[in-house]
Ligand binder design. Structure first.
Ligand code: GCB
Length: 609
């Protein structure tokens, strides 16, 4: 039952408020110019020798340094946020100045904001994402800390706001250590900074903190609503979908939870990549009106097929990092940037699916996927060698997962939640990932769970066979494998189609990655060597021929739409700090392999029923 679900969900360690669909709420946009100041030794956080106030380093104090220095000539300040340079946020700091390109550590951001606190309302500072951790101060007082670079958080500032000018300071630390999620070594750029929206959002004293509106696996319309505030217990709640003439009424329980459901109206048009129909939905509770735009569809698994609205669908996908097109990405994904990326997949490649790797992308992206009609694989950065034995690290990953699911479980596009990428099998790792799978099942039993698993290359009778023997496969709805035969393995491309795949046959399998580097514009028509467009195109031809022979293959998301920054990739001629597995260059120039995949997908599309 819904109440049972809500109770179990409460076991997930995520106490702060959710402020679901915060981006749909009216508010004050705090993007634009902010002052910034580096702090490599972090003494702006603690003060000299541990934090005595007034010793002149504490960046977050509510002090007009210039005025204080004039008023008291003995005062000493070794910073002045108000006179520090400004930069436009959101943006990663790697583009603030050439010196910041390789900066890692703490950066302070500050701005003033005018506010008029309104009685009977509660106000939150809501960040789309801060990479990697954030300490937030309002008028010199700490309002909160958040760890994890890719999920939203809301901090209540109802008490701390004053009429007129307020000083908002955020300390952003990009440093990650062995206990971070992700750990320090990945294959992408660590874009330190405030990379997503910053808003001040006001809501009534009792308000809809969380609302989840969807079509259940059995095809009903259901809503789970959580109210917060003094008036939550017993409050009337009403869900309406005006275009469908649908209204469901009820009352919240003592804890402020409400579950309602009804049969789907006959005139409901289901969401699909071909017809991405979205409806305005509203939850009314007391004075609050919570709004979202939601599509209704089912996603399920039958045998080794993935079903969308009860019919088999082959996932014609592509992977993406969160980087806009252009030579200097700063990870500030606008609607226009998201549209450009997703249209290249949707109309350029004939895709119906994207893997948003390797962390939750901006909510702008998942909303755009809803609108354009792309199924989404969503994941958290449990990547490679996370400290799986450490319970504190598991707790962090669980919070990230819960933040991601609560943000996006109203998105029809999201079909798969992934709990890990290429994590070497061990007992602690499998226990860790099983806990995450359990969290997904509680937080969202209507979607599919997956993980990108590792394989081992073996020889059987002189032929290469890729063996997947991972106990986690039993726990998943869909198995996923990243394959690079012919790029990272010694296989000749001509031998790739005949490679054997030894995986359980009873479940759908997705190739969550496959790919090879090519530098756009580098051609080698004679030897077709690695890094040439010809090699990459051949790699795709042979790998797709291999895919054609795998009976339980239910889809793929090749690696990757576009070249992306990676500090590990330092071949001076071909890479220059970029992973070149893109089907297009960083600026958007298509490589030869793009057409190979697009043609294969177009053919799949025509033959699919
Ligand atoms: C992988 C990783 C991905 C890398 C890719 C590569 O398996 O999941 O993050 O970027 O391979 O290019 O090696």
């Amino acid at each position: 039952s819904g109440a049972g679900q809500a109770q179990q969900a409460a076991a997930v360690p995520d106490t702060p408020l959710v402020l679901a669909a915060a981006d749909m709420r009216p508010g004050i946009d705090l993007s634009g110019p902010w002052h910034w100041s580096i702090d490599p030794y972090r003494d702006g956080a603690a003060g000299f020798h541990g934090g005595e106030p007034g010793v002149g380093h504490r960046r977050y104090d509510d002090t007009d340094v210039e005025a204080a220095s004039r008023a008291n000539p003995t005062a000493l300040f070794e910073y002045d946020m108000d006179r520090s340079p400004t930069v436009s946020l959101p943006s990663s700091w790697i583009t603030h100045s050439p010196e910041m390109r390789w900066y890692r550590g703490l950066v302070w951001y500050a701005r003033d904001l005018d506010a008029a606190p309104r009685p009977g309302e509660r106000t939150f500072l809501r960040f789309g994402a801060v990479d990697y951790s954030a300490d937030v101060f309002l008028n010199g007082k700490k309002v909160g800390h958040h760890e994890g670079g890719f999920t939203p958080f809301a901090m209540e500032v109802t008490e701390g706001l004053r009429a007129g000018k307020n000083r908002l300071v955020v300390g952003v630390d990009s440093d990650r250590d062995e206990r971070s999620v992700p750990p320090p070594v990945t294959d992408w750029e660590n874009y330190g900074g405030i990379t997503r929206s910053i808003r001040l959002v006001s809501v009534p004293a009792t308000f809809v903190d969380d609302a989840w509106v969807r079509m259940t696996r059995s095809g009903r319309i259901a809503a789970d609503v959580t109210l917060d505030g003094a008036g939550k217990a017993g409050s009337p709640v009403r869900l309406t979908v005006p275009q469908l003439g649908l209204a469901i009424d009820g009352r919240a329980d003592a804890a402020g939870h409400w579950h309602g459901e009804a049969a789907a109206p006959a005139r409901l048009a289901r969401w699909s990549p071909e017809h991405p129909t979205l409806y305005d939905v509203e939850v009314a509770a007391g004075e609050d009106r919570w709004r979202d735009r939601v599509g209704f569809r089912t996603v399920s698994v039958e045998g080794n097929r993935v079903l969308l609205n009860g019919r088999p669908v082959f996932l014609r996908g592509i992977s993406l990092h969160e980087e806009e097109f252009g030579a200097e990405p700063t990870r500030a994904i606008t609607s226009a940037a998201a549209r450009a990326l997703l249209l290249e997949a949707r109309t350029g490649l004939h895709a119906n699916f994207v893997r948003l790797a390797h962390y939750p992308h901006s909510e702008v992206m998942t909303r755009m996927a809803d609108e354009l009609g792309l199924l989404v694989w969503s994941e958290i950065p449990v990547y490679w060698r996370v400290a799986f034995s450490d319970p504190a690290v598991l707790a962090k990953a669980r919070v990230m997962l819960a933040e991601n699911i609560r943000r996006d479980r109203n998105r029809a596009s999201v079909a798969l939640w992934s709990v890990g990428n290429e994590t070497p099998v061990s007992e602690p790792r499998t226990a860790f990932l099983r806990t995450l799978v359990g969290d997904v099942r509680r937080l969202d039993p209507d979607r599919l769970v997956t993980a990108a698993l590792l394989t081992e290359r073996k020889e059987q009778g002189g032929h290469p066979v890729m063996v997947m023997a991972d106990p986690l496969a039993n726990d998943l709805d869909v198995m996923a494998i990243n394959t690079y035969n012919g790029w990272y393995t010694p296989d000749r491309l001509a031998d790739v189609p005949a490679i054997g795949w030894d995986t359980p046959q009873s479940k759908p399998l997705i190739f969550s990655e496959l790919g090879a580097d090519a530098l756009a514009g580098f051609h080698d028509l004679t030897t077709r060597r690695k890094f040439s467009e010809e090699f990459q195109a051949d790699y795709y031809r042979q790998t797709l021929a291999m895919a054609d022979r795998i009976p339980n293959l239910a889809g793929m998301s090749p690696w990757i739409l576009k070249d992306f920054r990676s500090p590990r990739r330092q071949h001076p001629v071909f890479q220059q700090g970029w992973n070149r597995k893109g089907l297009v260059s960083e600026a958007g120039q298509r490589k030869a392999a793009f057409g190979v995949l697009a043609d294969w997908y177009a053919a799949k599309d025509n033959t699919s029923s």
